[in-house]
Design a protein around this ligand. Structure first.
Ligand SMILES: [Zn+2]
Ligand SMILES: [Zn+2]
Length: 141
């Protein structure tokens, strides 16, 4: 199944209709190489008016099509697990460089920690910030 078909299936299953704005916003999200601000997603979807983009993104978040990452005070959006493998991000606070992290160790530890509190873990948000190797080297000079 292609990603667009998967997307359409989710909308249909949740009783939401497949509309042009929803398809357009989904396409923009697919083209992002990193989580983006709502305003930026709107800018990259010029065929759809801003209000519709915002409303569409709210719906996507509710349906679990996207996840929201809080970086600093800014909420950023990216596609969620049906479309993107589960991962986390690490960002350099000096130069803004960023990478995705896929770590089974991290996932396992989170399960263990939740279990110790008697919980089964359903979801989690983990964001890491630090200083990248390049900036550390520069700092030493
Ligand atoms: Zn850096
Ligand atoms: Zn995780």
């Amino acid at each position: 199944m292609s990603e667009v078909e998967k997307f359409k299936t989710i909308l249909t299953e949740k009783g939401a209709s497949i509309t042009k704005p929803r398809l357009a916003v989904f396409q923009t999200l697919q083209e992002l190489d990193q989580p983006a601000k709502t305003g930026e997603i709107a800018k990259r979807t010029p065929s759809i008016d801003r209000t519709s983009v915002y409303r569409t993104l709210e719906l996507f978040a509710q349906l679990g099509i996207t996840t929201t990452i809080i970086r600093g005070w800014t909420p950023l959006t990216e596609l969620a697990e049906p479309f993107k493998a589960h991962h986390h991000h690490i960002m350099c606070e000096t130069c803004g460089a960023h990478e995705s992290i896929e770590s089974e160790t991290l996932e396992d530890i989170l399960q263990v920690v939740a279990g110790r509190h008697g919980y089964t873990l359903k979801q989690h948000t983990v964001e890491l910030t630090g200083q990248c190797a390049a900036c550390q080297t520069k700092g030493k000079k």
